[in-house]
Design a protein around this ligand. Structure first.
Ligand code: HDD
Length: 701
């Protein structure tokens, strides 16, 4: 706003009756500071705006005028700011980064992304929950979507997977039913982001093929500590095609550098309240701190002949290929090192489609994958509103692309010339097909009767569920049982829970019995009939979670509780050992300012105790003066802080004051409740959870 304009507006207003409050600009009361090169504020048509604080009125207290095109443009744009959220996977966190190939698959494929070692290919990765809306919390019990867009030199390749290697259903025609069952119930609009309700378990109890996936989602895999600490799986078999046109099958796996790590259910529930953005914030903080999330990419490669020998059908997405049967080959790494500039433009508008593949990679006949090849393109058209969604920067290929597709809503490119067709003789420089390097589907012979058919080889719904359960250790099995009891206890119709217990009888009788006891089901139901005999497959340690946790504190956070008079030297030592373990710390106190340590110096406090329960830390330390501890023992927030850390199996370090608080919280000291005199031991204990403690704090049925 120029000085002259302000004066004119002011003069006009000041002429009105004296009882009127006259405000121009921001009222002259708030002063914004402007940089030296700030652009002029304009309308979308480029007209410079004189007053962005007041709408145009007929008189000082009169009606607003319809002719105020500036107001209308601003409000109209605002009214249309939201686009339809994703029907599933609406809540997600994304980041840019790169993929670097370390091991060439030249023998198997011509795809440059899988053959050119050392090349860094840009990626955009979005990790999501499935059931909740875009504003739902980060930590429901849910599968995590794991979608990677590789901007390869041969076009975009989207690997759209999950953090679980199998899926609920075998045929895409059941996907709308699955999603309708899991989403909030349509008559009441709840529960949000939860499987613990009748419609989900009703559908599942009538869908035996889901039982393997049920074992995975009831495990702690669906309660990740951090998005940096989950695995990713392409789920389906894909094909790789080499220079001779020879095809082999491949399954893709992402392995987190930080190792797997999950939370305890009670902890997860409390995190949802303490920080609904827990995972997004953790990802943001890690990237900001240069602690870049990283995964290795691995493949399982196998031939048709080998697949014919598997005791299951690899085209069935409810089955996995145990690593013991087809070992992983590690071929590269993905590093996410850049947070998006704009959440909406990138994370919201990114459009993944499993149909986006590049020459040298091809689909398999997995009927779930085949349905997905249609669904994603279709959903982007309604979600992003135009067939030109590939022109949005986050979706645009980073290699040259040209064709004769034209026009459409929001066309951003301005094609020149007369020719928009092919073949043509008028423009010799128009885009032409390339028989040699272009994409080719595998020339697979197809014969048989057309029909709505489910292969017999898809009929075994329980053997891999049984294998998964048998492969878990005692703690993991106990968590699956507790999860099933919790989920089914929310189901109002007893016949649904009973049907679920019936399915469990095929997986493990002890599992079924313990869940039945937990639900108060007195007589075990009859197991449903099976189409094929359930097999006892060999135990697969690779299916464990706890076994795959890394013995490390790297990337984790230790919460240090202090107050007035805390010992300055203990605090310094703690900070140093935590940092030396590549971990972070947060200093917590009842107040965020003016805390003085034993040396009389004021110290920086990161977060306030009331808003920072111990659930958001991986281990805690109590550094307190006796006077402070005696005050804090009457404050339930600090008692909960300690008790939760203990019951969530975390390591606790304490000094003399901390000991007073531990006693007030009635904590039975064990090997992981350690004096600050033994900080090395504390570090070792903090690297893992105290699984042995669990029986003492959470009796299981
Ligand atoms: Fe899907 C989104 C993963 C089966 C239909 N899906 C979506 C996303 C992920 C997956 C990670 C979010 C992508 C993003 O961040 O934008 N979906 C899977 C996996 C599946 C699977 C691993 C089984 C192996 N999905 C599946 C089927 C269908 C869909 C069988 C339909 C026939 N999925 C969709 C969708 C979504 C989607 C409706 C919603 C938003 C979107 O596509 O972009 O089209």
């Amino acid at each position: 706003m120029s000085k002259t304009d302000t004066t004119i507006v002011n003069t006009e207003i000041k002429k009105t009756k004296s009882r009127t409050t006259t405000l121009t600009g921001n009222g002259g009361e708030l002063h914004q500071t402007a940089g030296k090169n700030h652009p002029e504020l304009t309308t979308n048509q480029g007209v410079v705006i004189a007053d962005d604080q007041n709408s145009l009125k007929a008189s000082v207290r009169g009606p607003t005028l319809l002719e105020d095109f500036i107001l209308r443009e601003k409000i109209t744009h605002f009214d249309h700011e939201r686009i339809p959220e994703r029907v599933v996977h609406a809540r997600g966190t994304g980041a840019h980064g790169y993929f670097e190939l370390t091991h060439s698959l030249e023998k198997y494929t011509t795809a440059k992304i899988l053959t050119e070692t050392g090349r860094q290919t840009p990626v955009f990765t979005r990790i999501s929950t499935v059931a909740g809306g875009s504003g739902s919390v980060d930590t429901p019990r849910d599968v995590r979507g794991f979608a990677v867009k590789f901007y390869t030199s041969e076009g975009n390749w989207d690997l759209v997977g999950n953090n679980i290697p199998v899926f609920f259903i075998q045929d895409a025609i059941k996907f709308p039913d699955l999603v309708h069952a899991v989403k909030m119930e349509p008559d009441r609009g709840f529960p949000q982001a939860a499987t613990a309700h009748d419609t989900f378990w009703d559908f599942i109890s009538l869908t035996p093929e889901a039982m393997h996936m049920v074992m995975w989602i009831m495990s702690d895999r669906t309660l990740p500590r951090s998005l940096r600490m989950i695995e990713g799986f392409g789920v389906h078999s894909y094909r790789l095609i080499n220079a001779d046109g020879h095809a082999s099958f491949v399954k893709f796996h992402w392995r987190p550098k930080a190792g797997l790590q999950s939370t305890i259910w009670d902890e997860t529930v409390k995190i949802a309240g303490a920080d609904p953005d827990f995972h997004r914030r953790d990802f943001f903080d890690a990237i900001a701190a240069g602690d870049f999330p990283e995964w290795e990419l691995a493949v399982q490669l196998f031939t048709q002949e080998e697949a014919d020998q598997f005791p299951f059908d690899h085209l069935d997405a409810t089955k996995l290929i145990p690593e013991e049967l087809v070992p992983l080959t590690f071929i590269g790494r993905m590093v996410l090192d850049r947070w998006p500039d704009n959440f909406f433009a990138e994370t919201e508008q990114v459009a993944f489609c499993p149909s986006h593949i590049v020459p040298g990679i091809d689909f398999s006949n997995d009927p779930l994958l085949q349905g997905r090849l249609f669904s994603y393109l279709d959903t982007q058209l309604s979600r992003l509103g135009s067939a030109n969604f590939h022109q949005i920067p986050v979706n645009a290929p980073r290699c040259p692309f040209a064709n004769n597709q034209r026009d459409g809503h929001m066309q951003m490119t301005q094609a020149t010339g007369r020719v928009a067709y092919e073949p043509n003789s008028l423009d010799k420089d128009a885009p032409r097909e390339q028989a040699v390097k272009g994409f080719k589907s595998m020339a697979e012979p197809v014969a048989g009767d057309k029909g709505r058919i489910r292969p017999e080889s898809f009929a075994d719904h329980y053997s891999q569920a049984r294998q998964f359960y048998a492969s878990q250790n005692e703690t993991e099995q106990a968590h699956i049982i507790a999860a099933l009891i919790f989920e089914l206890s929310k189901v109002e119709h007893p016949h649904i829970s009973e049907a679920m217990v019936g399915h469990m009888l095929h997986i493990n009788e002890e599992l079924a019995r313990r869940v039945a006891v937990g639900l108060g089901i007195k007589v075990l139901p009859v197991a449903p009939p099976v189409l094929v005999e359930v097999q006892d497959l060999p135990v697969s340690p690779a299916l464990q979670l706890i076994g795959k946790m890394k013995d490390t504190l790297a990337g984790r956070v230790v919460g240090i509780l202090i107050d007035e008079g805390s010992d300055a030297s203990i605090l310094e030592k703690l900070k140093a050992v935590v940092t030396s373990a590549d971990a972070k710390y947060k200093v917590i106190a009842p107040r965020i300012n003016s805390i003085h340590l034993s040396d009389g110096k004021e110290t920086k406090v990161d977060v306030q105790l009331a808003g920072s329960p111990s659930v958001i830390f991986d281990a805690i330390a109590l550094v307190l003066s006796s006077e402070s501890a005696k005050k804090l023992e009457h404050d339930m927030t600090s008692i909960d802080f300690v008790r939760d850390a203990y019951s969530h199996l975390k390591a606790i370090a304490y000094d003399a004051g901390g000991d007073i608080l531990l006693n007030a919280a009635c904590i039975n000291k064990d090997v992981a409740v350690i004096s600050t005199n033994k900080l090395k031991d504390f570090l070792t204990a903090a690297k893992t959870r105290q699984w042995n403690r669990e029986k003492l704090v959470r009796p299981l049925v």
